[in-house]
Ligand binder design. Structure first.
Ligand code: PRP
Ligand code: URA
Length: 215
C-alpha cells in the first residue's frame, strides 16, 4: 500500500489547533463532556476547510460610508449527513458555521463479528440531489460504513459528496477511494492500521461510546 495521504481526493488537515485537540481526544483520561466538546470544535474547523471551494457571487453592499461590490455564497445549498450514532457529535459544530444546512440521518452500525455495516435508519432532505453533501463520522476504519452511506445517498440522487472524519485508517481510505469515486475525504489524521477487531490503532477507541458514555 502506498501513502494514502498522497491520493488527490484525500485532504489531511494538519493545522496545529486540530492536531492539539485531536491529541486530547485520543487520551483515554479525557471524559465524555470534554470529548463531546472537542468533536464539535474539530467538526467546525473541518467544515471551514471543506467549504473552501464553495462558489461566490458578487453583490453590492452599502456600508455606512460608501457603496461597494463584495462577495456572498452563491453555490448549492448544503446537507450535513451524520452516520449514526457517532456522527451526531459532529453536526452542531458544522451547523454553527453553516446554519442554513439541512440535516439528514443515515443509521448504520458495524456488526462486531463480520465488521459489515447494517442499515437501520435513513431520512434525508427531499432535495438531496441539489445539495453539496458533507457526510460526517468521527472514525473511518474498514470504510464499510462510509461506503455504504455514500451508496445510499447516490441511490437517492446525491451528486457532490464530501466525507469528513476525524481519524482514518489507511484501509478505510483505500476502500472509499476504490468504491466511491469522486468523494473527497477530509481527515485530521491517518493512523497506522486496524487491529483484529477492526479498531483503528492508535485511534481513540470507540467514538460512539466515548461520546455518549455507553461503556
Ligand atoms: C463506528 C464509527 C463508524 C464505523 C467505522 O460506528 O462511528 O460509523 O464504526 O467503522 P468502519 O469504517 O469499519 O465501517 P459503530 O458501528 O461503532 O456504531 P456507533 O456509531 O453506533 O457506535
Ligand atoms: N469505530 C470506532 O468507534 N473506533 C474505531 O477504532 C473503529 C471503528
Amino acid at each position: 500500500m502506498g501513502d494514502v495521504r498522497e491520493y488527490p481526493n484525500v485532504m489531511v488537515m494538519d493545522h496545529p489547533l486540530i492536531q492539539h485537540k485531536l491529541s486530547i481526544m485520543r487520551d483515554e483520561a479525557t471524559g465524555a463532556k470534554e470529548f463531546r466538546e472537542l468533536v464539535k470544535e474539530l467538526a467546525m474547523l473541518m467544515a471551514y476547510e471543506a467549504t473552501r471551494d464553495f462558489q461566490l457571487a458578487e453583490t453590492t453592499v452599502k456600508t455606512p460610508v460608501a457603496e461597494t461590490t463584495t462577495k456572498v455564497l452563491a453555490g448549492k445549498k448544503v446537507a450535513v449527513i451524520p452516520i449514526l450514532r457517532a456522527g451526531l457529535g459532529m453536526v452542531d459544530g458544522i451547523l454553527e458555521l453553516i446554519p442554513a444546512a439541512k440535516v439528514g440521518h443515515v443509521g448504520l452500525y458495524r456488526d462486531p463479528e463480520t465488521l459489515q455495516p447494517v442499515e437501520y435508519y435513513c431520512k434525508l432532505p427531499e432535495d438531496i440531489g441539489e445539495r453539496d453533501i458533507l457526510i460526517v463520522d468521527p472514525m473511518l476504519a474498514t470504510g464499510g460504513s462510509a461506503s455504504a452511506a455514500v451508496q445510499f445517498l447516490r441511490d437517492r440522487g446525491a451528486k457532490t459528496i464530501n466525507l469528513l472524519v476525524l481519524i482514518a485508517a489507511p484501509e478505510g481510505i483505500e476502500e472509499v477511494v476504490k468504491s466511491c469515486e469522486d468523494v473527497r475525504i477530509y481527515t485530521c489524521a491517518v493512523d497506522s492500521h486496524l487491529n483484529d477487531h477492526g479498531y483503528i490503532i492508535p485511534g481513540l477507541g470507540d467514538a460512539g461510546d466515548r461520546l455518549f458514555g455507553t461503556k
